[in-house]
Design a binder for this molecule. Structure first.
Ligand code: PMP
Length: 448
């Protein structure tokens, strides 16, 4: 199988991607040349609306002058300062701004380069914290089936996607998963599992509970409020620390700085939109209680983890510029308002019978695609899903598919009304086309 981009053979190996699919489907082989605002452009000038803001991170749109200037200015002023020992002015300014604006009840910010590293650090830090305060048995990590928390060995094990993680076995021990709370009935079952687990293991052996306020990779699923309420209550009562993985949901995505702004959360992990996708940047925010033994305790220890590029000045400058743009341009209000508008436009598409109820909130929406099977509505099979993604690309809309044949729609927070309409129109057109084909021909012929 041979494939080229321009005159060059295709040599990129994409992680998380079926290479035979990429190499064998020219319609999925899109090499972007440049981008501006909400649009991506191919070398031959084809324009496509970025309905997934890069990988859900380009929250201010592409090629913004203020972002590029902020990063360039920081690179010119102080290309690098080792954040492991010496803070830069920008890193400290960014920590202040982040804590004050996004999570005023938190006390300290630590910087990382990826969402994976943020979640991993949070878990490592909680384990170290418990050892330092004389509770070395508190090592257990409880997470949710279907959750995605990253791709390191630890976060792959903490993620609830065994089909992916099995390839890297043996995985770290001491991690348990409760059921995915995708609706009221499954949330009730999940709660029973959670309480059983805590009772069985003993709370004094559990360090932390990790969760996504809205599960992204699992299919844009927001657990029912009662589920989270009970878990947060039990964690607080038993001294189990709570890590909210807001890597996707944080920094304005759902119309607020955070999707779960709750005092019972001890650590918040942020990433993706934190730098608007201009440079790698992630962060963890910690309550004062977690910081105390490290910062002012009787026998303080340094946290035994951290990487070379964590909190480098240009990344912190990008973070500062993102917060300032979100405030100046009132993007939280915009995400809530345009998200509601997009949700109602997408809901109207469900009449065609090819998608289920639209999920998510703000500008983090999921369109579950369904087909009628002998046992009732079923998720789209992979070939059908690929067909939809390719057709959307041909019509100028880039979207990602996540679990359970769901289209994830997370455009930049700067998206305008006309672009919201464009998303709904392109998607509506592709679904109508599919429906016409399904009605007109035998299932085998539909996708040709
Ligand atoms: N947590 C969540 C909720 C995510 O959605 C992701 C990325 N999809 C991560 C962690 C990992 O972030 P990264 O890809 O930057 O390592």
């Amino acid at each position: 199988m041979r494939s080229t981009i321009g005159r060059l053979p295709y040599r990129v190996w994409h992680p998380w991607t079926s290479m035979p699919t990429i190499l064998g489907h020219p319609s999925l082989q899109v090499a972007f040349e440049r981008a501006e605002g909400s649009y991506l452009y191919t070398a031959d000038g084809h324009r496509m609306l970025d309905g997934c803001a890069g990988m859900w991170n380009v929250c201010l749109g592409h090629a913004r002058k203020d972002m590029i200037d902020a990063v360039a200015e920081a690179l010119g002023a102080l290309t690098y300062s080792c954040n492991i020992e010496f803070p830069s002015r920008r890193a400290n300014e960014f920590a202040h701004e982040l804590l004050q604006t996004v999570a005023p009840r938190m006390s300290r910010a630590m910087f990382h380069c990826t969402g994976t590293a943020a979640v991993e650090s949070a878990i490592l830090l909680v384990r170290q914290y418990f050892k330092m305060i004389g509770k070395p048995d508190r090592v257990g990590v409880v997470s949710v089936t279907g959750a995605y928390h990253g791709c390191s060995m630890l976060t792959a094990a903490v993620s609830g996607i065994p089909n992916d993680a099995r390839w890297f076995m043996p995985l770290p021990e001491g991690i348990a998963h409760i059921g995915m709370p995708s609706d009221e009935a499954s949330a009730l079952r999940s709660l029973v599992e959670f309480h059983d687990l805590v009772d069985r293991l003993g709370p004094e052996r559990i360090a932390c509970f990790v969760f996504e306020p809205i599960m992204g990779v699992a299919g844009i699923i927001e657990p029912p409020r009662f589920w989270l309420e009970q878990i947060l209550e039990r964690c607080r009562a038993e001294g189990i620390r709570v890590i909210a993985d807001e890597v996707t949901t944080g920094v304005g995505r759902v119309g607020n700085w955070l999707a779960c702004d709750d005092p019972r959360v001890d650590i918040i992990a942020l990433g993706k939109g934190l730098s608007g996708g201009y440079v790698p940047l992630a962060a963890t925010l910690y309550s004062d209680e977690l910081f105390t033994p490290f910062g002012t305790g009787v026998t303080p220890e340094d946290f035994k983890s951290g990487s070379t590029m964590d909190g480098y000045p240009a990344a912190c400058a990008a973070g500062l510029a993102v917060i300032s743009a979100i405030q100046r341009e009132r993007l939280l209000e915009r995400a809530a308002r345009l998200g509601a508008m997009l949700k109602s436009r997408l809901t109207a598409l469900c009449d065609q019978g090819l998608c289920g109820p639209i999920r998510g909130r703000g500008l983090m929406l999921g369109v579950p695609l369904i087909q009628q099977g002998p046992l009732g509505p079923q998720p789209f099979e992979p070939a059908r899903m690929r067909w939809v993604i390719a057709r959307l690309l041909q019509h100028g809309l880039v979207l990602h598919a996540v679990e359970d044949s769901t289209l994830a729609i997370l455009p930049p927070l700067t998206v305008v009304e006309a672009e919201i309409n464009e998303i709904a129109e392109i998607l509506g057109g592709v679904l109508s086309d599919l429906r016409r084909r399904t009605e007109a021909r035998s299932a085998r012929e539909v996708l040709v």
